[in-house]
Design a protein around this ligand. Sequence first.
Ligand code: UD1
Ligand code: CA
Length: 449
Amino acid sequence: MLSVAILAAGKGTRMESSLPKVLHKISGKSLLQRVIDSCVELNPDQIFVITGHKSQEVKESITDKEKIQFVIQDPQLGTGHAIQVLCKKVKKNEGTLLVLNGDVPLIKPETLNKLLNLHDAKNADVSLITNKKKNPYGYGRVFLKGDFIEKIVEEKDCNDLERENPLINAGVYCFNWGHLSEIINNLQSNNNQKEIYLTDTISLLKNSLSLEIEDNGELQGINNRIQLSECEESIQNSIKEKHMLNGVTFINKASCSISEEAEIGKDVIIEANTHIRGNTKINSHCIIGPNTFIENSNVGLHCEISNSTVYDSQIIDHIKIGPYSHIRPNSKISSFSKIGNFVEIKNSQLEEESKVNHLSYIGDSIIGRSTNIGAGTITANFDGQKKHQTKIGKNSSIGANTVFVAPINLGESVTTGAGSVITKDSKDNSLAISRTKQVNIENWERKKS
Ligand code: UD1
Ligand code: CA
């Protein structure tokens, strides 16, 4: 029987934040959610999340709450106290208890499995992950005696000699829960932080093992925003390396960010300062950026998007977008279309080969195939209370500066005169024009004052 306890009750004082530490995000996902996702992979029988500081906020942030049992630790008297509270709350303290710090977000399921295997094979009372760090500052130092761990001394309790020990406690422990529960209430708080340390259980248990591993960044604990940004960088580097090995070019890697869920096809070029967020798929042979933000969208083959923003939309194949276009949610731009300078599209469907090249707002619209929308065209889709639809049929030619007062429905091959305010529907093959005729007054002179 495998149980997991994730420690997430602390305030995170060193973050200097009103947000609980474990809710800070790296690459779009909170620290706590990352730890949960890692341990869910192990398929444990039960998962406990220990909350305390702003517990409701922490609880609400979790997706898949049904897999989790929340235990409240109030007040928060230290990591050992958190486990005391858990042991008291849960009737059967049996099987294996994996304890994870909620602020060690990059821990991998494979590493956890290694620890579990060692723990089982050696029938240990406690096994924990250690690592030799160049700069061990801030971590608990692990002291070995023969094959076993003798004790862990926290940074703040170390003497000068102890502080030189580079072997650190990663905050990932596997306990024989039965044996742990026999000694958990013997923990004291006579240390420099006046806290009940979980790490003091080591000296109280007999068979304590260290699993020393190489750290490729996964053991980084987050106590302040410098470490938060180091973790972000480390996760971003591994995401981008994965894509580069799969055939994606980054022109200026450091200035770009890519979500973990993003999929990117071969021979895609990501230009500087481009951010691909959420559940986005970029298909092969696209050039994305510079200065582009794409979230939860699908971009087809051979598209070029520069200096633009795209949210929750479908961009099909061979499309050029930008510079300075804003594609807002629920839009579909069909193949061989072009969206140009300073154009905003919202909740609209553009059929193949349509063009909206300059300075337009197209909202709640359906634009037919091969239709050209002249510069400055606006759909007036809001009457002050409701949004209305504009429909323009295929092969139409919309004059510059046309205003469509929606709801409006134009047939196919319709032309509108430049500067027209269109308030009435029009049939196929018609010209819709609404503007006063030009008057030329000859030999006109300005009044002299
Ligand atoms: C802890 C370890 C240290 C280790 C380091 C690894 C202890 C005493 N020290 O130190 O040996 O090297 O992690 O990153 O455990 N928490 C609670 N309840 C509390 C206090 C803390 O749930 O009463 C939670 C925090 O929300 C956090 C985690 O426990 O997620 C660790 O607490 P933190 O104060 O960050 O411990 P460290 O000083 O980093
Ligand atoms: Ca910590």
